[in-house]
Design a protein around this ligand. Sequence first.
Ligand code: SAH
Ligand code: MG
Length: 194
Amino acid sequence: MMMLDSIKEKAIEEHVPIIMDDTLRVIEKYLKEIKPKAILEIGTAVGYSAICFSRFLAKDGVIDTIERDEERIKEAKINIKNMNLENKIHIYEGDAVEILPTLNKKYDAVFIDAAKGKYPFFLKESLRMLSDNGIIFADNILYKGYVMSDYNKHKQRTAVRNLREYIAETTQNPNLKTEILEVGDGLAISKKVN
Ligand code: SAH
Ligand code: MG
């Protein structure tokens, strides 16, 4: 079995919420076109999505990815090393809410895939660092259908409120062209225009 497949299978076995296949296919299609020099990922988990995305980087391109869970960081480092991607994927260890404001760099693509209640903040920080023609992907944007339903009593209502706010902000921003796709758990794709 290919090493990437075994990383994926182990993650699924251990209930690590890695990117779903159909979501990955969509993002890959865009990355193939963009050939990003720099990707920002919020939510590394065990490195699976970052490893997948790395195939589409421009020569000398890099991925900066943020993770706060120590066990997952440990495993991501092993996976990245085993795939010989230590020079391409850099993990920032800690809470993205604290780390993002310290970053100051241009990214051609951003993948938001962490705490749902923080999506509006992640958006604000991503927009600050997004290059012209850059693109932001936000996973789990429809959150099991809760986001588009009128059911408000769910215990995850803070997450749902913030995901709705993310959708409102991206669709109303005149500098963005946003699509919401029903792949996987929902994927928002916002492309910077002008
Ligand atoms: N992108 C990965 C999956 C990420 S799962 C993949 O597809 O392979 C979401 C991860 O985000 C979890 O590992 C969780 O620990 C991390 N996370 C959630 N909130 C975070 C935060 N505020 N800062 C840093 N990491 C966070
Ligand atoms: Mg996800």
